[in-house]
Design a protein around this ligand. Structure first.
Ligand SMILES: [Zn+2]
Length: 473
C-alpha cells in the first residue's frame, strides 16, 4: 500500500518535506529547511529517514527556503534524480539558494574565527558548489502540464498564488493497477492579493495535505494603498527618507508596484525609489520575465518596464549603496533583509534612524528576537554593528500584505473539493493553528482531518479507481 510520511512542517511552519512511497519507488514533495528555534534547526543536520540515493525524484511547490533549502544537502548525500519545479521557481531558487549558501559560509567562518563553536570547524549546511550541483538536477514543469515521474508517480502543478511560481502539487500514485490522488497544497496565497493571482481552488482528491500558517486567524481588511499613501505623504512633508526593509523576492516587487500605482493614479507626485539589493534587482527581472504568472505584468506598466522607470534607481555595488548615505529626501530606499536580520538595510538604519524626518516602514512579519520586532515594539535605542543607534525616526507597520491565506480563505480554497476525501492532513502551521484548521474542516465540511506528528507515517488506501478502500483516518 502507498505510504505518506511527514518529515517536516508537522506542527511547525518550516522544514516542509513529505515522502511518498509506492511500488518500490520514492518521491519527495518539497525538501525545505527548518528555521527558527535551535531545536528545529538541528533537524537540518539529522540523517534523513530514507536513503537519499534511493529517492527517485523531488517535486518542489515553490522557492521559499523552508520548501527548497534541504535540496543541496540531499544532493550532497547522494540524491541524483530530477528536481521538478515551475519555471519561475527554478530561476528564483538559484538566486535564493546561492544567497543562503553565502550567508551560511559567512556564519560558519565567523564562528570559527571567534572560536564560538563546539564543532571544529563549524560547517555550512551547504556551500555554493553544492548549490551549483543541485541546480543541474532542476527540471522545469509549467503549470497544468501532466508530468510522468515513473510507473508509480505522475503529477501536475496548479497555481497556488502566494509567490511567483508557487504551485500546489497534484500527485497521482499508482500501485497494483489502482490509483490514489494526493493533493499537496504548498503555501496557498490570499485571494485579491497585491500582484499574485488568486490560487486555483483545490481539486477532488483522495487525500489532501493542507497548509495552516494562519489556520486560527483572520487577516484584517486594510487597504494597503491608502496606508502607504499616508506614510509617503507624511514622510515627504518632513523632507524625509522612507526606508523599507523587504524580503528580496516577493515583498520588494509588491512594494515597487504599489508605489508605482500611487504615482500612476496621481495620488502622490513621482519620487525616486532606490532599490539597494542585488538579489531584489535579480528577482524583479525574473518577475518581469514572467508577465503571465502575476496578476499584473511588471514588464508593461503604462507601456514600460517597471524597472526602467525614470524614478527607479538600481544599486548593485557596495559603493553605490554607500553613496546613498548622503542622499536627501523625499525618496525611498528598499533594501533587505526583511526582518533586519542582516544585509545592507542595517547600514541604512544606522544612517537614518537617528533623524526624526525619516520613516522606517515594516512590511512583513517580524519574528521575536529580531531587530525589526524590537523597533516595532517601540525601542528608543537599538544596537547595530556593535554601536548604539538612537531611534528618532518614525516606525510604521504596513499591514495587509501577508502571502498566506487566512483560515477563511483556506476554507474558500477547499470549497473546490466536493466529495469527501479519505483524509485531510493539516501541516505547515504551529500546533494550535493546525489543530484549529483541522477542527474547522471537520466541523464545516465533515471531512476526516488530522494533524500529523513529525516523522509520522500513514498508509494511503487506493482511491476511486480501485473501488472503496478502508477509512484510514
Ligand atoms: Zn512560502
Amino acid at each position: 500500500m502507498a505510504r505518506l510520511t511527514f518529515l517536516g512542517a508537522a506542527q511547525t511552519v518550516t522544514g516542509s518535506q513529505y515522502l511518498l512511497e509506492a511500488g518500490g519507488r520514492r518521491l519527495l514533495v518539497d525538501s525545505g529547511m527548518f528555521q527558527g528555534e535551535k531545536e528545529l534547526r538541528l533537524r537540518n543536520w539529522a540523517e534523513p529517514g530514507f536513503p537519499p540515493a534511493g529517492v527517485d525524484a523531488v517535486v518542489l511547490t515553490h522557492t521559499h527556503l523552508d520548501h527548497i533549502g534541504r535540496v543541496p544537502r540531499l544532493v550532497k548525500q547522494g540524491f541524483r534524480g530530477p528536481v521538478y519545479c515551475t519555471p519561475p521557481t527554478q530561476e528564483l531558487a538559484e538566486i535564493l539558494l546561492l544567497d543562503a549558501a553565502h550567508l551560511q559560509q559567512e556564519d560558519a567562518g565567523y564562528l570559527n574565527r571567534k572560536g564560538l563553536t563546539k564543532h571544529s570547524p563549524a560547517l555550512p549546511l551547504f556551500d555554493e558548489e553544492d548549490v551549483r550541483e543541485a541546480m543541474e538536477l532542476f527540471r522545469p514543469v509549467p503549470l497544468a502540464r501532466p508530468q510522468e515521474v515513473n510507473h508509480a508517480f505522475s503529477f501536475a502543478y496548479r497555481d497556488a498564488g502566494h509567490l511567483l511560481g508557487a504551485a500546489s502539487a497534484d500527485v497521482l500514485v499508482r500501485e497494483d493497477g489502482r490509483e490514489t490522488r494526493v493533493l499537496f497544497s504548498g503555501d496557498v496565497g490570499r485571494f485579491d492579493a497585491v500582484l499574485t493571482r488568486d490560487p486555483d481552488l483545490a481539486p477532488e482528491a483522495d487525500y489532501l495535505v493542507v497548509e495552516s500558517t494562519y489556520g486560527n486567524r483572520t487577516h484584517p481588511e486594510l487597504p494597503v494603498l491608502d496606508q502607504l499613501e499616508g506614510v509617503l505623504k507624511k514622510t515627504f512633508a518632513r523632507g524625509g527618507v522612507l526606508l523599507i526593509p523587504a524580503f528580496a523576492v516577493g515583498r520588494a516587487q509588491q512594494m515597487i508596484y504599489l508605489m508605482d500605482e500611487l504615482v500612476t493614479q496621481g495620488r502622490v507626485r513621482a519620487f525616486p525609489i532606490h532599490v539597494d539589493s542585488p538579489m531584489a534587482i535579480d528577482a524583479t527581472r525574473i518577475y518581469a520575465s514572467y508577465p503571465e504568472a502575476s496578476k499584473v505584468s511588471l514588464n508593461n506598466i503604462g507601456g514600460r518596464s517597471l524597472l526602467h522607470g525614470k524614478w527607479i534607481h538600481l544599486h548593485r555595488t557596495r559603493a553605490e549603496s554607500e553613496a546613498l548615505n548622503k542622499m536627501k529626501g523625499p525618496s525611498v530606499i528598499i533594501s533587505s533583509s526583511g526582518m533586519l536580520a542582516g544585509g545592507r538595510i542595517l547600514h541604512h538604519c544606522r544612517q537614518r534612524l537617528p533623524h526624526p524626518e525619516n520613516t522606517l516602514l515594516i512590511t512583513g512579519y517580524q519574528a521575536a528576537g529580531t531587530l525589526g520586532r524590537a523597533l516595532l515594539d517601540g525601542a528608543h535605542v537599538v544596537r547595530i554593528h556593535k554601536g548604539d543607534v538612537p531611534v528618532l525616526a518614525e516606525v510604521r507597520d504596513l499591514k495587509g500584505l501577508s502571502g498566506h491565506a487566512d483560515a477563511g480563505e483556506m476554507m474558500r480554497w477547499l470549497s473546490g473539493v466536493r466529495g469527501a476525501p479519505r483524509g485531510v492532513f493539516v501541516t505547515h502551521g504551529e500546533a494550535e493553528a493546525a489543530a484549529a484548521l483541522a477542527a474547522r474542516i471537520e466541523r464545516e465540511r465533515g471531512f476526516a482531518a488530522r494533524v500529523p506528528e513529525h516523522g509520522e507515517s500513514f498508509d494511503l488506501a487506493p482511491g476511486a479507481a480501485g473501488g472503496p478502500g478502508p477509512e484510514v483516518l
